[in-house]
Design a protein around this ligand. Sequence first.
Ligand SMILES: [Zn+2]
Ligand SMILES: [Zn+2]
Length: 337
Amino acid sequence: MVSPGDVQRLFLQAILARGILSENLAQVIWKKCVEAVKTTDEGVDVSYSDSEEAWDDFIQSVNTSLNDLDFEFKSIQDENTGKRLFAMVNRKDDELAQVATDYNAVEITYFKAVVEQIMLARNESYSVSSLAALREVSAGKEKLNLTKAQAEVLLGSFVANGWLLRSKRGRYSLSSRSLLELLPYLKSTYPDEIVECTICHEILTKGIACQRDNCKTRMHYHCFNTYRKRKGTCPACSIEWPPTDKLLLPVGELAVRDGDDKRQVRDSSESDDNEDIEEDEPPQASTKQRRRRSQAAKKGKSKTDADSEEEAEEKDDTDEEEEEAEDTPPRRRGNKK
Ligand SMILES: [Zn+2]
Ligand SMILES: [Zn+2]
């Protein structure tokens, strides 16, 4: 005996087996599931249509079934191609359980450290060089039982499993899979670093920023291209915008400048010591946050320095790196007028 619920069951099995997949493929799978159920029992009340509305309805019915399990069949637009991708996402998981199925504890600690350097990267570059990624083997407070050669293999594996992207220049950044599946973790761990697209409100790690100081507008390239055809001014500050994204400020790898690969340490990492954090800070303060971080680094008595002093006792070369970091100028968007 088959029932309409069998379409969902077949569909979810196929999706789980694939991890992340394109919208096109997901729709093809849905169609095949309907056909399979119809083959068994022509009378069963299920149907397939290639209309957008029918697809949305189907997604909604899938998510209604998943609701009690805290899972969601969720999508994200790929930041490079603009293509919509789908995956099954655990809405509550802020502990990286997805990654844990593929890796052991040491490997996960290393993964987290690399993700941290990506999220804390200066100038919203949201990327890390391979050298900086390998440095994380010995740079953190937690000693990792990994050689650099092993770390290199691991980085390759993170890329092969779709958690990280490696660019032509050899820089690592977060993949669509990570942005989709690890979003609860990223949101809870890096609330001040996460940036949202002004247009689609999805997380943004590659795209453009308005060229005006302190303007919060950020857009994916695909969102910018759609928006720019309609309007020539920034939606937030109304400043005149150039015709192409090339002339706006980049977010992502293109925003990297020399010296940006100094190791970053989180303001409040592993401590409840929040004395540097202004309590009345507005929620959307990523730009401000970054500037504050570099000012604090200059000031000489910040949490960052306290961290590095502690580390210095353990490891001398770390100390050197942190000292160099103090001398690098504040981020570009902090240019004074
Ligand atoms: Zn967008
Ligand atoms: Zn603006």
